[in-house]
Write a protein of this length. Structure first.
Length: 383
């Protein structure tokens, strides 16, 4: 049957549609929903994977980050710091060749924690970014101490020292990561001034030995030590020690009288008057090497004997030092058990000019080995 031209054209269109549907004809792109007919969509390129890590220890002020990801020549790798709700670039690396990892760093301005991320920029466009990663900078504490329970300097002298005399103390410091600088400071007005400094030779334990200045004035001064901080370790500032430097020329009243009795043998002696009006006993103390007088004393031979007896104790302390305990045992053998040190002081006082008629609190018998022991200690030798 002969078909009309219109029917032939219609059959041709239907035949072509059937071939496309079965996949036997040439491929024809079909636009996605929402796109104009005939539009071809390019295949999506996956964003490069990017990761950031850091193994910098907490005490290290500069943090080093490793950024991993497949990069190309010309890519920019940014290290960014979060500030509030924004990210600030703190390091930029422009790659000169392809790489799988890149290094970046950031130096903290102060101790604390912060969030960081890495960003990959390619041809002016951000193509990848990591999630935030926290990093912390925290210095470790420094250990420093003296022989005092509260770690202050110059506490052995009990807050007083004779003008012209010096006392010495040692500061021990432990630095984990580097050498440490230790300073002796004195308060001048409102400012702490360094008057001596020592730097340890290596990390670990180190010591610094400091002495009070030998001043001739009667003056009160405040001292402290300071261990300088480093980027890895905190500094240390000790508690303050107040020291009264006392020149005997400024003594008055009974203190001056007692000093005049003993100055030939205890020339730079610290002497104070008891604050208790009822105290009737004078005594000397170790290790601060001081004499406290009873308020009941009046000038005369008895006062002379007591002043020289206490001066004898001070000279004994200087001979025996921290071995005074063993010295007591030796003196007990010479003078008698339990009172050897006191009897020695009596015998020394008589040699220094005290009148036995106004003394004798412990003994007046100072001949033989007793007299020899007194003479030796007075000469600066052990009995």
């Amino acid at each position: 049957m002969r078909r009309s031209p219109v029917v032939v054209a219609l059959l041709a269109v239907l035949s072509a549609s059937l071939v496309v549907a079965l996949g036997t004809g040439p491929a024809v792109a079909t636009a996605p929903t929402g796109l104009p007919a005939g539009t071809v969509q390019a295949a999506a390129t996956p964003a490069p994977a990017l990761a950031i890590s850091s193994v910098s220890p907490r005490h290290q002020i500069t943090k080093y980050f490793t950024i991993r990801g497949a990069t190309r020549t010309g890519d920019r790798v940014l290290l960014q710091l979060r500030s509030g709700t924004t990210w600030t670039t703190v390091s930029t690396r422009i790659l000169r060749s392809p790489a799988t990892s890149t290094r970046a760093s950031y130096r903290f301005k102060r101790e604390g924690s912060a969030s960081f991320r890495a960003v990959l920029v390619r041809a002016g466009q951000t193509v990848a970014a990591t999630t935030a990663r926290a990093a912390t900078y925290r210095r470790v504490a420094t250990e420093a101490w003296t022989n005092a329970a509260d770690n202050r300097l110059f506490t052995r002298i009990g807050g007083r020292i004779a003008a012209g005399e010096r006392t010495t103390d040692t500061v021990v410091v432990f630095g984990q990561f580097g050498r440490r600088t230790i300073s002796l400071q004195v308060l001048r007005g409102t400012k702490w001034t360094t008057i001596a400094r020592h730097t340890t030779s290596a990390p670990g334990y180190g010591t610094a030995r400091f002495s009070t200045p030998a001043t001739t004035a009667t003056v009160t001064r405040k001292y402290r030590y300071q261990v300088s901080g480093t980027t890895a370790e905190r500094g240390v500032t000790s508690r303050v020690t107040t020291v009264r430097h006392m020149n005997p020329r400024d003594y008055r009243g009974a203190v001056r009288t007692a000093y005049n009795y003993m100055k030939g043998y205890c020339p730079r002696q610290v002497i104070t008057l008891s604050s208790n009006p009822r105290q009737d006993t004078s005594y000397s103390t170790y290790p601060n090497m001081q004499i406290e007088l009873a308020r009941t004393l009046v000038p005369g031979r008895t006062m002379q004997y007591i002043a020289l007896h206490e001066c004898a104790h001070i000279r004994t302390f200087k001979v025996y030092g921290d071995s005074i305990g063993s010295g007591e045992k030796r003196l007990d053998k010479i003078y008698g058990k339990g009172k050897g040190v006191e009897m020695l002081a009596d015998c020394m006082a008589y040699r220094m000019g005290a009148d036995k008629r106004f003394g004798g609190s412990y003994t007046t018998r100072c001949t033989g080995s007793r007299g020899t022991a007194a003479a030796r200690v007075l000469a600066g030798k052990k009995a």
